[in-house]
Design a protein around this ligand. Structure first.
Ligand code: LMR
Length: 351
């Protein structure tokens, strides 16, 4: 029986080798129980792309699509290595790793930029702000989105584009149809002040946890529930640790791909152009896939024998919305009055 290295230990080893520049040694890491990419000859340029979700999610697929496009278009000169599932870095250290030059690309959810000193990104976390992805796109693909990407420069990041995620649903070991159902529950949230306030407004106790620790925390009953898009719910296997999924559709979760200015400006113009173009196409690919995988995931969860799935009536949803509404007023200042007004205008404009 081969000795299996615990995932956190394998992750620490991978990091040490990468930081030591031991790229050639990585092939052996597959033996440690991880999924280190197969090694070929040393490329002219290496781009390490780390993210926290499974490869089967829209974000995971977007990263792999990007990897393929870059390999084809550079004829192997540029190699993108994708590290999914917090294998290399998780929520707690990925932005630091980018600053240190230990990775070149990340795709954090927008909710994770607030703690990095960019609270305006938490506008996307406001509960019940968006009804559908078309409204989100009018914000992210318009002047507001452009300005937000530019703001990333204030925190030593280059904003390369947005990718649509999808809407979050609530899970727990009971239905969450009304504010009274949230009372006394500890619900996992991302490190966003808006999300913390949202859970409090609904009557729950928010617990901030890295994504990579959520499943274990649910299994051990450290937390009672969580909010996730269906693709994250399924690919994390949360149906094994939650009995009820309520289709609250209460908030949006999307992504921005970022790099570090030191890396980005070090690229030759043709390489930068190639990466930028491949990424733009991959983000579109991922956004389209998000909507499709969300539909598939819904069909899948409805078939799961041990999961109770609850749809809300209009009145039930309105009561949750009303309970969460106070968050909009109290966070207007944090996300910026002007920005919120512009976002609302973009939402209202249906062109
Ligand atoms: C989460 O932490 O719940 C999400 O940001 C995970 C992700 O990247 O989809």
């Amino acid at each position: 029986m081969p000795h299996r290295v615990r995932p956190d230990r394998a992750r620490a080893l991978r990091r040490r080798l990468l930081l030591a520049g031991g790229l050639a040694s990585l092939a052996g890491l597959a033996a440690l129980g991880g999924a280190a990419p197969a090694r070929a000859a040393r490329p002219e340029l290496l781009v390490r792309f780390s993210h926290v979700v499974a490869s089967g999610t829209p974000k995971g697929q977007m990263a792999l699509h990007f990897q393929r496009l870059v390999a084809e278009r550079s004829a192997g000169r540029i190699r993108v290595e994708v590290y999914p599932d917090s294998q290399l870095y998780g929520d707690e250290d990925e932005l630091e790793a980018l600053k240190l030059g230990a990775v070149e690309l990340l795709a954090p959810s927008l909710s994770k930029f607030g703690q990095a000193g960019l609270p305006e990104f938490e506008v996307f976390d406001l509960p019940f702000l968006f009804d559908d992805l078309a409204q989100v796109r009018r914000v992210t693909q318009g002047p507001v989105g452009r300005r937000l990407l530019e703001r990333l420069a204030h925190q030593q990041m280059v904003g390369l584009g947005f990718m649509d995620g999808s809407f979050k649903q609530m899970s727990a070991n009971r239905p969450l149809r009304a504010p009274a159902d949230f009372k006394g529950l500890r619900l996992r949230v991302q490190a966003s002040r808006v999300l913390v306030a949202q859970m409090r407004a609904l009557g729950a106790e928010p617990v901030v946890l890295p994504f990579g620790e959520t499943r274990r925390a649910l299994a051990r009953r450290v937390v009672d529930g969580a909010e996730n898009p269906l693709s994250n719910f399924l690919t994390q296997g949360l149906q094994a640790v939650q009995t009820d999924l309520t289709l609250t559709h209460h908030g949006y979760l999307g992504y921005a791909v970022v790099s570090h200015p030191r890396f980005w400006t070090s690229l030759s113009a043709p390489n930068r152009e190639l990466l930028q173009q491949a990424l733009a196409e991959s983000l579109e690919f991922g956004s389209r896939l998000s909507a499709e995988l969300d539909r598939q995931a819904l069909a899948q969860v409805l078939q799961l024998p041990h999961l109770r799935v609850h749809a809300l009536s209009g009145l039930e949803r309105a009561a949750l919305q009303q309970a969460a509404q106070a968050v909009h007023q109290s966070f207007e200042q944090r996300v910026g009055h002007g920005l919120l007004a512009e976002v609302r205008l973009a939402i209202a404009a249906d062109n």
